[in-house]
Write a new protein. Structure first.
Length: 182
């Protein structure tokens, strides 16, 4: 993805993540779908941190001297630098996969995202965007429910309805909310 290959923060993040895991790694979250929405629809360029799902994390975390190791709300490593942070999420700890009792494979992450636009990733090994549901959401300029159970879980955590969760995400992207599946 050319947008990322020219991004110095992404390159630094990739170097740090590669140092701490095997070959299986996927960039997920806002840096993917907001970055693509920026390119496709000229919305504001995202100023987001990087979220990586990793298949084979190393036992010992190695960070540059200026970086610090913290934990995110799910207890996974969060690497914090001066300008941005990196969520380093082992595939074996993904909540939506655990809650559904599924095998820890990346496709099960994609089927467990709350919203359609979130069901997308940059597969670092393949060097390409994956996640048909998320790609379709971006192409159609819409946001709907991808996994109702996870959407309910996230909306309750935020103290809002699933409909409002959809509306908030759609508005932030300039997309249309799809509420039929709720």
């Amino acid at each position: 993805m050319e947008y990322l290959s020219e991004n110095e923060k992404f390159q630094e993040a990739m170097d740090i993540v590669r140092t701490n895991c095997g070959d299986k790694m996927w960039l997920v979250g806002g840096s993917v779908y907001r970055g693509l929405a920026h390119l496709m629809y000229d919305i504001e360029e995202p100023d987001v941190d990087f979220d990586f799902i990793v298949g084979d994390p190393n036992g010992n975390i190695i960070l540059p001297n200026t970086w610090r190791l913290h934990r995110n709300t799910y207890g996974n490593p969060k690497f914090v630098g001066g300008e941005f942070s990196i969520d380093f999420v082992p595939l074996s700890t993904v909540v939506s996969i655990k809650r559904r009792g599924l095998e820890f494979i990346f496709d099960n992450f994609l089927t467990g995202t709350p919203l359609t636009v979130q069901s997308i990733a940059y597969d670092v090994a393949l060097g390409k965007i994956i996640g048909e549901i998320g790609i379709n959401a971006l192409e159609s300029g819409s946001v709907g429910v991808n996994n109702l159970g996870q959407a309910l879980f996230c909306s309750r955590k935020k103290g809002i309805s699933v409909e409002d969760l959809i509306r908030e995400k759609a508005k932030s992207l300039g997309f249309e909310p799809v509420l039929e599946l709720v």
